[in-house]
Design a binder for this molecule. Structure first.
Ligand code: OSB
Ligand code: MG
Length: 395
């Protein structure tokens, strides 16, 4: 069990908190069953303590409310108006205390996770430890797969899958939707053979009436089918799982430890995608990790197309022993023209990403780029009062 990681124990003295909405230009739109994600902004938190040490966090909901209700604008507002003031006005000696201080906030998991990450990183900086060590992670590298969006043609998809497999990626995940499912899976399976680890992600594009069609995926030996039904339909997933051999993996439906416990108890899934942002942060993620490890449930770290700042938390988390399937962790080289950390991480020819050896976040933040790409910024003082807001819709 992971337990509560120890801290150095002194209360944090935060002098200044900044919230920055930063534009990250995607190389090409990421297309899922809910449509294309063409623009991608993230919300960063930058905490400065009384000794000038800095902790970064990232909230990475999508810009639009088509994946979950959370949006970039909503996260920005909740962080400035509630999440940060609650933390700044509380006694926080351990990052877990930040999660507790925000306990009265319902939903808004991405906003809470972004603020909480900044405290974890600050704790890692002030104790000169690697973020992974702070969380109890043991591995020095993590296995990664790619999540492939819906493409213009099956040939385009086969080309990209071939490229990633050649580059060493250890698993391929295909986005599916009605009309882009059985044929696509059949072609990919026959092109790359039975050895390739393959799974699909529907992003809630099906209904319980599609059970028969989804059962036709069973012969393709998929590692899982991710989130076939609506985000708020645990019972529907439990009924569907009874009709499928393929394990259902839940993503959107799992927004807390309690959700995961319920889902496992009623048989709504047999596989768990854990994204720290989606469940409200790292402290909640550690509890979910322990639950899955305890129950022997396959667990893997999902992604939200984060910048390297958010990905750093995912990498540290995925170094824990319960993560037994490859993570969605495509590097900036695939998704973006550049990253907000420099240097960023790469995937080695065996399909692994190194867990950074440096203390703190583990990657140097490119502050100049962050400032240049900032479209909206707010600043709070040590009492949680907003002292500055500015908006600049340039990038
Ligand atoms: O459903 O897992 C998802 C990206 C944005 C929103 C939701 C999802 C995804 C991905 C990409 O599949 C995973 C990644 O960050 O590489
Ligand atoms: Mg998903």
């Amino acid at each position: 069990m992971t337990g509560r990681p120890e801290s150095i124990g002194d209360p944090f003295v935060i002098e200044r908190a900044e919230v920055l909405e930063v534009a990250l230009p995607l190389k090409e739109p990421f297309v899922t069953s809910f449509g294309p994600t063409a623009s991608r902004n993230v919300v960063l938190v930058r905490l400065t303590d009384a000794d000038g040490r800095v902790g970064w966090g990232e909230a990475a909901p999508l810009d639009h409310p088509f994946y979950l209700p959370d949006t970039v604008s909503g996260a920005f507002a909740v962080m400035v108006e509630y999440a940060l003031p609650l933390c700044l006005r509380a006694q926080i000696a351990h990052p877990g205390d930040a999660a507790a201080a925000m306990g009265s906030v319902r939903g808004n998991t991405f906003a809470r996770a972004g603020v909480e990450q900044a405290y974890w990183v600050l704790e890692a900086v002030r104790s000169s430890r690697r973020l992974a060590d702070l969380l109890g992670g043991g591995r020095d590298r993590i296995a990664v797969g790619e999540s492939l969006g819906i493409k213009a043609s099956i040939d385009d998809l086969l080309d990209e899958a071939a490229l990633r497999l050649k580059e060493g990626y250890r698993r391929i995940k295909l986005k599916i939707a009605p009309g882009w499912d059985l044929d696509v899976v059949r072609e990919v399976r026959s092109a790359f053979g039975p050895e390739v680890m393959l799974q699909v992600d529907a992003n809630a594009a099906y209904t319980s009436h599609d059970a028969e069609r989804l059962a036709e995926l069973d012969p393709f030996d998929l590692a899982c089918i991710e989130q076939p039904l609506e985000y708020d339909d645990l019972v529907g997933h439990a009924e569907l799982q009874r009709r499928l051999d393929t394990p259902i993996c839940l993503d959107e439906s799992l927004r807390s430890w309690r959700d995961v416990r319920t889902a496992l108890r009623i048989g709504a899934c047999r596989n768990v995608n854990l994204k720290p942002g989606r469940v409200g942060g790292i402290a909640e993620s550690l509890r979910i990790h322990d639950l899955c490890l305890d129950q022997g449930v396959p667990l893997w770290c999902g992604g939200m197309l984060e910048s390297g700042i958010g990905r750093a938390a995912n990498i540290a988390l995925a170094s824990l022993p319960g993560f037994d399937h490859p993570a969605d962790m495509s590097p900036a080289a695939i998704l973006y023209t550049w990253d907000l950390v420099d240097p960023t991480y790469q995937v080695d020819p065996d399909g692994f990403v190194d867990v950074p050896v440096e203390a703190g976040l583990g990657f140097p933040v490119d502050e100049e780029r962050v400032r240049a790409q900032t479209v909206r910024r707010a600043e709070l003082d040590r009492r949680g009062n907003v002292t500055h807001v500015d908006e600049r819709r340039a990038p």
